[in-house]
Write a protein that binds this ligand. Structure first.
Ligand code: ZN
Ligand code: ZN
Length: 418
């Protein structure tokens, strides 16, 4: 595993979880390209089986330079609205364990090979080189900074999915992607002699957000809110009327339709992303539906929802704290959601695109609102690099250095190994 706070001077081997114990998966097919053999791996509470035979632990590490495995199925988009079962092809070594009766599949792979796959899993390999290079430098820095290590208990550096960075194997690799990786080999962003914890998400919606407003952690100087256009003055979105104006105005953002028409966006998105309008979106619920939804997600038993009141917003308009007022068994009650993640989890059957939204309620005298409509901006938590914005900048001829300096201010681009 990578060690937090260390700047490596050579390429690392990273451990990526492809199937996690939390997936509760008990069987998988693995085709070994060296032997051309299909293997069926199964598990139950007692044992791990390879092609019907009990084995303690499985390692696929043939003595060849290019071991390739096709693996089916793998979960992509765990818990999000775009969740799918996919099959993937990976290089490197594979390790398979029985963890409490479920499969745990780990891919040990040289960092640069992993990054090539991340670049073309996060977005399509049709993206211009400056985008692929920026994305790769952000992905490399994030992994090497090891600031998150969400799966440290499993002793892996990251999982294969959106919770860490999207890794879907070598299938989407193109020459342009490989070239982008080679060109940026060993490059990371540095602040104060440390590798930066460079976050990114799909679309900021016009303004990115300060890291502490999303994770309640210490402010990081290179994860500040940025207006996603040439102009650098961030409008004040503290009042609901300013926000309404901003939502309806369609600012000239790099991630907006002025830079990338919606009809062209699909060509650039990763292959598990649904098409849709991410820069500005609408979600609407009837009184009955929102009552059922919020009850299910919070574990309360609301009879009706009376209002949704944002209590605190970040610079980008993202709601950080919201109060939900309603009736429960005939009595007035409320719940407060205290994070961007909770807000997105509770206020959508799957997961809301972002927490940057305004709320309109159809009021009817003496009864709860018949409908709640959210008008929102962006897709994702909105901290750090805006992927669709970086794409917009690259399409307009901005360089990799320009793009990284725009989203990650006060950083230095440095090559730490060759
Ligand atoms: Zn993860
Ligand atoms: Zn943006």
């Amino acid at each position: 595993m990578l060690v937090k706070g260390q700047v490596p001077h050579q390429e690392s081997i990273v451990s990526i979880g492809l199937v996690l114990p939390v997936d509760k998966q008990t069987s998988i097919e693995i085709r070994d390209s060296v032997t051309n053999k299909d293997n069926r791996i199964e598990t139950n509470e007692e044992n791990l089986y390879k092609n019907g035979e009990i084995v303690p632990h499985i390692k696929f590490a043939p003595s060849t330079h290019h071991p390739i495995y096709s693996i089916n199925p793998i979960r992509a988009g765990r818990g999000f609205h775009w969740e799918k079962q996919i099959s993937i092809t990976v290089e490197g070594n594979l390790e398979i364990k029985n963890q409490d009766g479920f499969l745990f599949v780990i891919n040990h792979i040289p960092l640069e090979k992993y990054l090539a796959c991340v670049a073309t899993s996060e977005m399509s390999s049709e993206c211009p080189p400056a985008f692929l290079e920026s994305q790769t430098i952000a992905a490399r820095s994030w992994l090497l900074a090891a600031a998150e290590q969400k799966h440290a208990d499993l002793e892996i550096d990251a999982c294969n999915d959106d919770c860490c960075q999207r890794y879907q194997g070598i299938e989407n690799l193109s020459n342009s992607a490989i070239h982008a990786i080679e060109k940026t080999r060993g490059h990371v962003l540095i602040h104060n002699e440390n590798i930066c914890d460079t976050r990114y998400s799909k679309s900021c919606g016009g303004i990115s957000e300060n890291n502490e407003n999303v994770w309640h952690d210490k402010p990081k100087p290179y994860l500040r809110a940025v207006l996603d256009e040439k102009d650098t003055n961030i409008p004040n979105l503290k009042s609901e009327s300013d926000l309404k104006k901003w939502m309806n105005e369609l600012p000239k953002s790099y991630c907006g339709p002025e830079f990338i028409p919606e009809k062209d966006l699909n060509n650039y998105l990763g292959n598990v992303d649904k098409s849709g309008n991410y820069f500005r979106w609408n979600v609407s619920f009837s009184q009955e539906d929102i009552t059922k939804l919020i009850s299910e997600k919070t574990g309360k038993t609301f009879d009706s929802i009376l209002s949704l009141q944002p209590l605190e917003r970040g610079i980008s308009g993202r709601i950080i704290k919201i109060q939900i007022d309603g009736m429960e068994n005939g009595k007035a009650t409320h719940v407060i959601l205290k994070s961007e993640y909770e807000i997105r989890r509770v206020l959508h059957p799957n997961f809301l695109f972002s927490s940057a939204f305004i709320i309109a309620a159809n009021s009817t005298p003496n009864s709860p609102p018949s409908r709640f409509t959210f008008k929102g901006a962006g897709w994702g938590l909105g901290v750090g690099l805006c992927q669709i914005g970086a794409l917009g900048m690259a399409l307009k001829g901005h360089t990799t250095a320009n793009i990284l300096a725009h989203y990650f201010q006060s950083t230095e681009l440095r090559k730490i190994y060759s």
